[in-house]
Design a protein around this ligand. Structure first.
Ligand SMILES: *[C@@H]1O[C@H](CO)[C@@H](O)[C@H](O)[C@H]1NC(C)=O
Length: 297
């Protein structure tokens, strides 16, 4: 099934909700239309254009966000995003999947704002069964505030691929067979949010939001999900008939190139943070274990 922006529900996200995983339960879907009252109850998240485009705003009182009406187990989620322009330091625009409740799973793309002319950072992370700490961060090879670009999460039982304009920038393989947690059991909802992250986001929290520049506005369009909604009749493990292709030779090359050129942080190389030993899957002797043949270069 494919879903569009009309599968999303605009709603106020207060900042404290963002800091926890206890996001509120979403409202029931009302057909395919966005409910009118959202335009008045939350002016910060506005869906226009028959559900094809959306803006999120943050002012000094609140950020904003939307969440999907459905939860999904596996799928590919594409969104075109144009980030907060000019001085966006301290703002975080997030596009992510998350399950509810304890031991949650989460797949994150977060854009860390910056001063005018300084580069955004695209930060990716994975929480599996409540464990995060898998950050990889990148500079982008274009100005993400000038135009819309497509950001995608492709989540299937074998692997998660993060893509920018259809170019894979990160692949996380399922290595449950060697004991590394991976999200395969809990359905997740999709969220996009704009919020205040100035305690950590820009130059490790040194640069704060300049509220005289508010409101901050990020734009979204053409959300598309080709995803499985679990139900008694829907076995999502066989979603896409199980034909989830990994990278081919060409895209593997591209991935390597992106990593070499644009990666600015890799948790697997953070020897200070993991002074007592890198996470299991990062250690040289383990980082190929549990991979299927097609994953080898
Ligand atoms: C912001 O700009 C500074 C200076 O160029 C850079 O070091 C930093 O990585 C940039 N991004 C963020 C999110 O801090």
């Amino acid at each position: 099934m494919t879903y569009g922006l009309s599968d999303l529900d605009s709603r106020a996200f207060r900042e404290e909700w963002m800091m926890t995983t206890n996001l509120e339960v979403l409202e029931e879907p009302v057909g395919n239309k966005i409910r009118e009252e959202h335009h008045t109850t939350d002016k910060r998240a506005i869906i226009q254009n028959g559900g094809n485009s959306m803006t999120l705003e943050m002012d000094k009182y609140s950020g904003s966000g939307i969440g999907s009406k459905n939860d999904y187990l596996f799928g590919r989620f594409d969104m075109q995003i144009k980030l907060v322009p000019e001085n966006s330091a301290g703002t975080v625009t997030a596009y992510y999947l998350s399950s509810q409740g304890p031991h949650h799973d989460e797949i994150d793309i977060e854009f860390l704002g910056n001063l005018s002319g300084d580069p955004y950072i695209l930060s990716t992370n994975l929480y599996a069964h409540g464990n995060g700490g898998h950050e990889m961060q990148y500079y982008l090879w274009f100005d993400p505030t000038q135009d819309f670009h497509t950001y995608s999460i492709d989540w299937n039982p074998q692997r998660i691929i993060i893509l920018v304009d259809n170019i894979p920038i990160r692949v996380m393989h399922n290595r449950q067979n060697i004991g590394v947690a991976f999200p395969t059991r809990q359905p997740m909802m999709l969220y996009t949010t704009l919020w205040n992250g100035d305690s950590w986001a820009t130059r490790w929290g040194q640069v704060k939001i300049d509220w005289s520049k508010a409101p901050f506005i990020a734009s979204f369009r053409n959300f598309n999900a080709n995803a499985c909604i679990p139900s008694s009749s829907n076995n999502c493990y066989g979603f896409n008939s199980g034909k989830n292709k990994g990278l081919n030779g060409e895209t593997k090359m591209k991935l390597k190139e992106i990593h070499a050129k644009w990666n600015v942080y890799d948790y697997c190389r953070d020897f200070r943070r993991y002074a007592h030993g890198l996470p299991y899957e990062c250690r040289k002797t383990n980082n190929r274990k549990g991979l299927q043949d097609e994953d080898f270069e």
